[in-house]
Design a protein around this ligand. Structure first.
Ligand code: GDD
Ligand code: MG
Length: 365
């Protein structure tokens, strides 16, 4: 079985994190997000993955190589210009040999891919789309279907109040190779806005696979933080994937013996982390490898990547700090703030809520 993973987006909504790290390489508990997706594919019996990349592809290839470490064969196809979600699939057509999965590269889900394949084999249509029910469908692709699951409409990001249903495209498809004939070559094409609507208008048989799985698009800061909270709260088991690929970081739950001084569960503490015993780290702190937290500092509900330095008496709540960020003593960072690679926060600085800070540039709020 083959899978195409779409990883060519620029990750604009995760800036400034994605200036230095492409969205699929953004870490989830110390492991690049894409690596977790690939492990899931392999467990579902997928042997070959084609990565449709474009933005910062080298960072992806340097980390994953030929895929053998993950038990997969990875082929990279890099777009010079973004070709859109369908254009990217058309662009890898020469590698496709049979029915194939397509995954948006920013989805965290417990979806059972084998069950989806079984449904496709029963329905024998052009493809199956994984759907999920959400409260605000306007941020997604709305998919209308009948009782047999046959899809009649696909409406990408309808205006609020005009959503035709609450079931949305969850970003995993299982498609027959003949779908490639419906996508024009060498141009930018959106599968959501062009290909699916056109196929449905022509009467193509696409089927819905609606599940109640854990599901999150981590492409926005709030959702990225939510993913960490959900794992710490046990709503999504990273399970074997965590053990297999999370390095030597440690999850701490309330009541665990040996919880380090200064740490409040639930929390995740990476390898080589130094926390002063007088600091207060957690609950809901994710501390990446090699990060240092100084005396009396407070860090809660926050994701710190690797090699971050938090000096004494600083307070951080509800923020995301990328690799190498340094926070001077006594600084306060308010909730919703996202700080990019290697940025320096001056001592005693007051960073307001929802700020975006990039190294060497003035803060944006
Ligand atoms: N190779 C390539 N080329 N990949 C791309 C391109 C491109 O030009 N444009 C986007 N992608 C990748 C992104 O990297 C991401 O993994 C995926 O395609 C989806 O793009 P997003 O930018 O994250 O789209 P979205 O979240 O607004 O909407 C999509 O996902 C929703 C579910 O989260 C749509 O598929 C919606 O219909 C869906 O509901
Ligand atoms: Mg997305």
């Amino acid at each position: 079985m083959q899978a195409v993973v779409l990883v060519g987006g620029e990750g604009t909504r995760l800036r400034p994190l994605t200036y230095g790290t492409p969205k699929p390489m953004v870490p989830l508990f110390g492991v690049p997000f894409l690596e977790r997706t690939l492990s899931r594919l392999r467990e579902a019996g997928v042997a070959e993955v084609i990565l449709a990349a474009g933005y910062l592809p080298k960072a992806i290839e340097d980390h994953l190589g030929d895929g053998s470490r993950l038990g997969l064969r990875i082929t990279y196809v890099v777009e010079d210009e973004p070709l859109g979600t369908a254009g990217a699939i058309k662009n890898v057509a020469e590698h496709i040999r049979g029915p194939f999965f397509v995954l948006n590269g920013d989805i965290l889900t417990s979806l059972d891919l084998r069950a989806m394949l079984a449904l496709h084999n029963r329905k024998r249509g052009l493809g199956v789309l994984h759907l999920i029910r959400v409260e605000d469908p306007s941020a997604f692709g709305c998919v209308v279907h009948d009782e047999q699951g046959r899809i009649s409409r696909f409406v990408e990001k309808p205006p609020k109040g005009q959503e035709p249903c609450d079931e949305v495209n969850a970003g995993t498809y299982l498609l027959e190779p003949s779908i490639l004939d419906a996508i024009p070559a060498g141009q930018k094409v959106s599968i959501e806005r062009d290909t699916f609507p056109k196929l449905l208008a022509d009467g193509a048989a696409l089927y819905a696979y609606t599940t109640a799985d854990y599901w999150l698009d981590v492409g926005r800061p709030e959702q990225y933080q939510q993913a960490h909270r959900d794992v710490l709260d046990g709503h999504l088991a990273l399970g074997r994937l965590a053990d297999a690929t999370a390095g030597s970081g440690q999850f701490w739950s309330a009541g665990d013996a040996g919880i380090p001084k200064g740490v409040r569960a639930p929390a995740y503490i990476g390898d080589g982390v130094e926390i002063d015993p007088s600091a207060l780290v957690g609950p809901y702190a994710i501390v990446g490898d090699g990060t240092k937290i100084g005396p009396r500092a407070r860090v809660r509900d926050t994701v710190l990547w690797d090699h971050v330095i938090i000096e004494s008496d600083s307070h951080i709540e509800g923020a995301i700090l990328a690799s190498g960020v340094r926070v001077g003593s006594g600084a306060h960072i308010a909730t919703g703030t996202v700080i990019g690679h290697d940025a320096i926060i001056e001592s005693s600085a007051r960073i307001p809520a929802d700020a975006r800070i990039t190294a060497g540039e003035p803060a944006q709020t």
